[in-house]
Design a protein around this ligand. Sequence first.
Ligand code: MSP
Length: 657
Amino acid sequence: MASMSKRYYVTTPIYYVNSVPHVGHVLTMLCCDICKRFESMKGAETYFLTGTDENGLKVLEAAKDAGEDPQAFVDRISQTFKVAADELGIDYDVFFRTTSDRHREACQKLFGILKDKGYIYLDTYAGWYDVSAETFVKESEVVDGKSPDGNPVVRVEEENYFFKLSAFEKPLLEKIEFDPDWLLPAVRRNEVVSFIQQGLRDICISRSNPGWGIPVPGDESRVIYVWFDALINYIAATGWPDGDWESLWPADVHWMAKEIFTRFHATLWPAMLMAADLPLPKKVVAHGWFVFREGKMSKSKGNVIAPAELLSYYRDVAGVKDELAVDVVRYSLAKSLPYEGDTDYSRFEVAQMYNSDLVNDLGNALNRSLSMAHKFCDGIVPDAPVESEVLEAVAKAKADFESAMESLRLNAAVQAALDLVRFLNKYVDTRAPWALAKEGDPSLPAVVRSMLFAVRSAEGLFRPVIPATCDAISGQLGLSGLGDWALIGDESTLPVGTRLAEPVPMFPRLDKKIMEELKNDNSGAETAEVTPKVEKAAPKKEKPKFEPPAEIEFGDFMKVSLKIGRVIEAEPLEKSDKLMKLQVKIGDEQRQILAGIKKKYSAEDLIGRQVVVAANLKPAKLMGHESQGMLLAADDENGDAILLMPDSEAPEGSSVH
Ligand code: MSP
């Protein structure tokens, strides 16, 4: 068999199986998944590795604590990571485990090579070991019996093998200087440089054999240090040193979070490869952490969010269809990716993002475009050119997406796709197809085709991130998915005459009540000190009752001009506990309206929503701001407003009778 050409190879860290997965673990899997899907769309052959790190004391101790046989324990927990990946539609090619024979063989082989080359020697290690971080800790770093990470340490004094890491200071610094995009992002690269400049010491790479782990070849009394063993997984999974491992190695991207970047992936691992004369990975990238109240999300802090739990929330509470609920989680993870710093990730933030991006922006764009195509063009892609303004917006979004992917800023890539959808919603507002239809304007078919084309292109751009949603979108457009990256932005992707399906809403809005519940939700933050604030209900103010007359003339009713508008901006008025200042588009006119709806609606709830406006009321000043209209609303039991909105998307600016 001819050896295959080089495939795009992307990896997650392999996860410790001392506890079950949370959204932080899944985040890195998703990063790789997005990269893989993007590269496949560009035509590459791809290979995606994830798996579990199962040797080491930490895992052995967890098995003991669980009262289980270690192998049975790691089999069980490893499976939970696999399930988590599957549930989120993570399209890995291999789920690799370090208790496999393949891994043991590769590890022992590499150990032997480095020993033969003189990079491994025996010496006495006297110092400390932090089991929780699986790291050796210098005497000088131990404070009050704790490691710099704050973990307990145990005393170690044993004869062990050492790896000559110190020999690689210069080659590593040269590599970093010569290939500035090797380590990403730049903030992390700088940390690595100063870490290396402080001096690299040889590193202890074995421990006395506790009956668990990979024995040092030819020396059963010791096992290979778990980090030395774990890093080798990346090359072990390619089949090295046999077969066509070179069709995979070197990896194109190693993804991880920042805590295992500097010491392990950006120094120890490349030094091991250099020592063995093996090529280095092309890019090594670390994202920041999801933090959740009490610092980094971690099992021991009890502040974890399980991916499955979020998923079922969107399925069961929000009512998102099975196959699309996955994408709510995927979207929120990718959009919140902490590229440089750390970021909050909470159920409430996911919900806000859901309502604003998926419901308002994406859902609306699809819905409006299809509804209008049905209304004005008989549900068929009209024979008209795409307007240049839209072609340009698509080209820009595509270029922005690509340049974000170049530096692996996946959050910025998502933003580029979202920007296209936002552009589309604005385009619809300004080109106002309903007005063109009314005036018999000949540009109507081009505007409708342009709207559909923007949706089609957004479907292509979002595809690496939320593939199921993109399938749903292309289905509604009456087309198969846009899976070829090169074609995004090409008019041929939306053939004239294509029959469109009826619009089916994809993402039901989370209502105000649910949003309030989520905002106050503290579950999952067991260790956080939460003192629920109990506010006394304010005494209800009696509203002066307005009694309409029992009968009016039809002509009186007809005097009020009621119109469909769309909220495009919303901002709570700080000095008022009731008023929101809104910008409402009514057809091609824009009005500022002050509405007493702040108690029930936040700005995110409002932006993008259609409303009914009493449009010919004399302007009035409220708290110093002019209000040019009134929104129709019902009162709830407390006298707070419940906004009226059309039962389905209505042409903007249309009259209400
Ligand atoms: N077993 C080692 C890695 C060996 S790789 C040769 C390990 N495992 S781990 O289970 O602790 O996983 C750490 C990785 O999980 C992080 O580097 C990151 O990819 C992911 N994350 C775990 N918690 C996370 C957050 N709270 N936020 C972001 N990423 C998270 O280290």
